[in-house]
Design a protein around this ligand. Sequence first.
Ligand SMILES: Cc1cc2nc3c(=O)[nH]c(=O)nc-3n(C[C@H](O)[C@H](O)[C@H](O)COP(=O)(O)OP(=O)(O)OC[C@H]3O[C@@H](n4cnc5c(N)ncnc54)[C@H](O)[C@@H]3O)c2cc1C
Length: 1003
Amino acid sequence: MKSDAPFLPPDPQIEAKVRSLGERLFGLMDAHPTPGILSKKGAYARIMEWSMKDPAFKAQLFRFVDVLPSLDSSSEIVRHLREYLGDKAVELSPAMKTGLMAASFAPAMVAGPVKANVTSMAGQFVAGATPADLVKRFRSNAASGIATTIDLLGETVVSELEADAFLKRNLDVLDTVGKAAAQSGAPCFSDQGPKGPLPRLNLSMKVSALTPEVLPTNPERSIAALKERLRPILRKAREIGAFVNFDMESYALKNLTLALFRSILSEDEFREGPAVGIALQAYLRDCEEDLRGLLAWARKAKRPIVVRLVKGAYWDFETTLAGQRGWPVPVWSEKPESDANYEKLTVLLLENADIVSPAFASHNVRSCAHAIARAERLGVDPRAYEFQALYGMADELKAALIATGHRVREYCPVGDLLPGMAYLVRRLLENTSNEGFLRAKDVGGASREVLLRNPVDLLAALPPAPPAPPAPAFRNAPNTDFNLEENRARMRDALAKVAGGLGRRHPIVIAGRKISDREMVASVNPARTSQVVGHWARATVADADLAVASARAAWPAWAAKPASERADILDRAASLMEARRFELNALEVYEAAKPWIEADGDISEAIDFCRFYACEMRELGRVRVTQATPGERDVHLWTARGVGVAIAPWNFPLAILCGLTVAPLVAGNCVVMKPAEQTTVIAAALMDILAEAGVPPGVLNFVPGMGEDVGAHLVAHPGIDFVAFTGSRQVGCRIWETAGRTLPGQANLKKVVCEMGGKNALIIDNDADLDEAIPAALYSAFGFSGQKCSALSRLVVLDGVHDHFVKRFVEACASIPVGDPAEPGTVVGPVIDAEARDKILGMIEAGKKESKLAFQSTLPAGLAEAGTYVPPTVFTGVSPSDRIAREEVFGPVVAILRAKDLDEAFRIAMDVEYALTGGLFSRSPSALERAQNEYRVGNLYLNRGVTGAIVERHPFGGFGMSGGGTKAGGKGYLENFLFPRVVAENVMRRGFTPPPDDAGKPA
Ligand SMILES: Cc1cc2nc3c(=O)[nH]c(=O)nc-3n(C[C@H](O)[C@H](O)[C@H](O)COP(=O)(O)OP(=O)(O)OC[C@H]3O[C@@H](n4cnc5c(N)ncnc54)[C@H](O)[C@@H]3O)c2cc1C
């Protein structure tokens, strides 16, 4: 696809120079042949060749490589090999055939060589496991004139202890390699800059491994935590004259890393040293802006820095994630765009070589030749910049660059195989990428001329973009990206503005009339119970009767409206919510104590419900021919049920109430809305929005009140045709029963749409990726204080991994931010009210008697007095028969159970009365398939958290004592509020038959 991005205009002189330099580099590379990574012989070469030919095989193979280090027995290795690669493993290595056949008797015969092969594959990219290996490499590099930068493998840390361990490893390596560097004679060629020797000890660091607390809503807090561990490293580096580079990771961490870099280096202690650098990724659309910002900062601070210019290693991840979240894709979409941006930023760096030392990290000969050509044009001393390349890759390019008088630094990862896998898989992806330079050069047969072409010309030659496919009728509203400061600022402003307007009075609304002369009930902020969010008029039973009568009166006209008109009203409501998103977010923070991200997700879901049900109704509103029959017109259509009541809980105060209300409304019913007592102020905002969007008076009536009087009365009312309910099992079962009784004067059998609780379990298989499973489990259990019906309350952990998992999980619990949800970064706030708190604390006491209290956080000072908080709590050694393993808790409490194998794990997981959500973390394809077939819950999540259902993508709802099996936000949901009708018309007149039609008469 053509690009209109403003890159450098082609410059014939530079092009000529790039070609001659490129030819020279290629010539030298031919003269120093080292087997290219893709031209190596043996199993590795075969594997790579296959991967490039067959994307499905590549995916399976890389998944196998990913799981391998976690497999601790030969039989497990053989099982996974079979599951991932099946017969392909045999084709890959004919020797494998005999092995696999004999594997049931002697699995080690296969497992040993397989592990050895993958270890040797990793060994091609990882310089060793110990500092001693590193020192060896450091010396051999120096002997070839190549400088070194060290990267200690390890990316995800889930606890402070793990972050401490990473810090210690960094300090140790500075010590060990520092000593070795000091003892090794004169600096090598690449360790000498224009003004003399450069720091020989050069450390590259991924900052995410320095804290478990990376919080998009509160980067300031993350930065403070990161600085605690960075300071000792920087101090040590300054003391021994080492250099520290901040590597760049995923886009979500980019602004944080840049802010951290500037902020810590502005501290008095580090204003002058150590020498530092940072990586920037040219594949990002906003890289130029970041680079300009960084240059301006360096000038102002008079701080020389190194900028390592890379293209970026997470392209697939960023593209997928943005697609999933509906966020703008941060990377260029065409490979030559990344290349062209790289060249543009190369020039910007060289133009500022007085304050920045450029480090061009690329294996692409064109990118390197271009940098040299531009440096020559600008008169930049070749010693003032360097090239960088990865260990195990592009060795001949390193040699060629050295031979042309350029400094080269090799990036040497060291560490164990397990943390090294993420790195290894990134390298494998890079080497086999269709678009990559190395592949084009080593196996793609591309000519030098093609390899040296200007990316801007390549862009111009791209075919025009194909026409965009038609947009889907429904699209999920994206959540707010709180990684962006502008969004955080909007949220802070909204919190301040909404706080200033709290305390208003909210009336009952019946047939458009506002009724305020009733008892007023105060709604308070659970985080600060002294703060009144608003007062609401408490409806009486007589008000409920009036609301039902008004709804019945309004019904005929509303039901007669075309479905599309009703759908348009929902779309308008969605747009109003979108426009007021931050205000609604803030209101949820105060009234429901939702942390920022949770509140924002709730608003998105409410918007989605409106838009999704609007789309669905437009479809259902069409008359459908049931069967094309000669002479007869047979059609199916839908008709509204009548008048219903929507009774909603407080935990998704906008979304669930909105869904329960707008689904029946758009289907042509009238509704009496009875919100939860705890979150009536948010409900009043919804009522205002729906009225403003055009729902006529009487069609929707707002009757806030108490469940036990008004709610119960409405459910039993003969004028009610259906009940749309979400809430506790106790109330749900009572509603089900009451609705089953038919009263005199009642027009219909009452339909009950009923969603209740859960006792959701997540199974952790022996081969699970714990770096993924632990954060997912933490968030599922403790996000919004565990007050979601989908929340995780049982962890069923397989024996082989149980103790290790429990240790890491419990350590990780200590880092969960507990506090006031108005504070950005809070994950666990208070529970909804004192009654809920006391009930949960009661269950915790019961748990203490039955099993072992493995963790309970200490609440920060003052919280318990201010609001209704419950500390996150974990029990271990729980038996499936314990109360804590069977009863719903609805709070931040998780029970860990041990299972000897998957059979037992599934049994335990399903041995409860509920069947709402469930999950499994496993890297065994057969285990995942079993879960899909055997693990009976309404919403099953594999290798991800068990909360966060998204409209249309994950229609939500369970069975058993979790509900009636209806799926909110899914196809078919609206049918709960409709009666199906069929019309058969004889259209034959004296043998004359009109042609059959598929479009019906209007419904
Ligand atoms: C010493 C060193 C340090 C590094 N440090 C980091 C780091 O801190 N952070 C980091 O992210 N990476 C880092 N990298 C990795 C670097 O980003 C990769 O090496 C890079 O992916 C390969 O770039 P290249 O110029 O060698 O190869 P090329 O093959 O010329 O370019 C590959 C690049 O093109 C991009 N690309 C592929 N397809 C498309 C497309 N359709 N649209 C747009 N772009 C596309 C790829 O994502 C990749 O970035 C480092 C690399 C080196 C050598």
